[in-house]
Write a protein that binds this ligand. Structure first.
Ligand code: NDP
Ligand code: MG
Length: 334
């Protein structure tokens, strides 16, 4: 089954005419979506707490940010662009009491709606429009006349009118210039979590750490291990990005390609694939969501401890030193 893709001609900005859009949160997605919508002629207000750099940023972009509650009161369309782990709490305290029938409640990631942390009242449809890229790219592509491909998904019970609003919103942020794929909130949420856990964040980090440790424990210099197992990953990922597996294999040496075919399947084994299935099941049955929600309720102790421990790993220490030798790297320190 191939996905349905919408472009500019499938979306009509007039569905946002006379509607006030409240963007809650002026962070990565908030600042980008708010400015793009405004530049597309939409009426946009910002709900952002005072006293943070993001508040000042909104002011410097000529918005007049107000409290979340006030923004929701004034809006027809409300988009929660707040961190996923605080959305449920902010929703119950400040959003829900101010929603009116006919409002549309939006998000850019379905976690809270899918796992029941955000439950819309009767008469309020939910809608997801999610750019497949970080906020700064959503903004910079729009300014250049392009757009980041996006997803659209209707919440339970939402109909054609809400789809039209969603497509208009996607057009307003530049998404239909790149193409908008229709999905469901369940599919968006589950695939997003799976991707970040198994490949993008969890899988890759552990693969790199394990390979680095293997070389260092065998007596090789940590600097060499860093270059081979972490630094060079970027070259490979860039080739994937440009031309998939085939282009990567075309670009590397035949020796590297032969090593790929013969050794790769010994690293990602039948057992690994089995664990991937288990991780997917934990996402689908809500076990991961419960763990993360409870972790946050407890003040995130395990999360913070792991973050602290991993910042001091040998690979991190070596990396900090080596990146200083490479002047072309826009190196960052956390
Ligand atoms: P950011 O962390 O960049 O921004 C969050 C915003 O929420 C900030 O303006 C922040 O303000 C505000 N905020 C944080 N905590 C609170 C609080 N307790 N009360 C009130 N306001 C608060 O988030 P993102 O833009 O990255 O993410 C927003 C949504 O977009 C999420 O659902 C995410 O999954 C989704 N998304 C993100 C993508 C990305 O690339 N970043 C891509 C696609 C979707 P303050 O400065 O005061 O902390
Ligand atoms: Mg993602």
């Amino acid at each position: 089954m191939t996905a349905k893709i919408y472009y500019d001609n499938d979306a009509d900005l007039s569905h946002l005419k006379d509607k006030t859009i409240a963007i809650l949160g002026y962070g990565s997605q908030g600042h980008a979506q708010a400015q793009n919508l405004r530049d597309s002629g939409c009426s946009v207000i910002i709900g952002q707490r005072e006293g943070s750099p993001n508040y000042d940023l909104a002011v410097s972009h000529k918005f007049q940010p107000m409290s979340v509650a006030e923004a929701v009161q004034k809006a027809d369309i409300v988009n929660m662009l707040l961190p996923d782990e605080v959305q449920g709490e902010i929703y119950r305290a400040h959003v829900l009491p101010n929603l009116k029938p006919g409002n549309v409640l939006m998000c850019s990631h379905g976690f809270n709606i899918h796992f029941g942390q955000v439950e819309p009242p009767k008469g309020v449809d939910t809608l997801l429009v999610a750019p497949k890229g970080p906020g700064h790219l959503v903004r910079s592509e729009y300014v250049k006349g392009g757009g980041v491909p996006s997803l659209i998904a209707l919440g339970e019970g939402a109909g054609e009118k809400t789809r039209q609003i969603g497509l208009a919103y996607a057009k307003g942020i530049g998404g239909t210039r790149g193409g908008v794929i229709e999905t469901t909130i369940a599919e968006e949420t589950e695939t997003d979590l799976f991707g970040e856990q198994v490949v993008l964040c969890g899988g890759v980090s552990e693969l790199v750490k394990a390979a680095f440790d293997t070389l260092v424990e065998a007596g090789y210099q940590p600097e060499m291990a860093y270059f081979e197992c972490m630094h060079e990953l970027k070259l490979i990922v860039d080739l994937f990005y440009q031309g998939g597996l085939s282009y990567m294999r075309y670009s590397v040496s035949n020796t590297a390609e032969f090593g790929d075919y013969t050794r790769g399947p010994r690293i990602i084994t039948a057992e690994t694939r089995q664990v991937m299935k288990q991780i997917l099941t934990e996402i689908q049955n809500g076990q991961f969501a419960r763990e993360w929600i409870l972790e946050n309720r407890a003040g995130a102790p395990a999360f913070k401890a792991t973050r602290r421990r991993d910042r001091n790993l040998l690979i991190e220490q070596v990396g900090r030193r080596l990146r200083k030798l490479m002047s072309w790297i826009d190196s960052k320190e956390v």
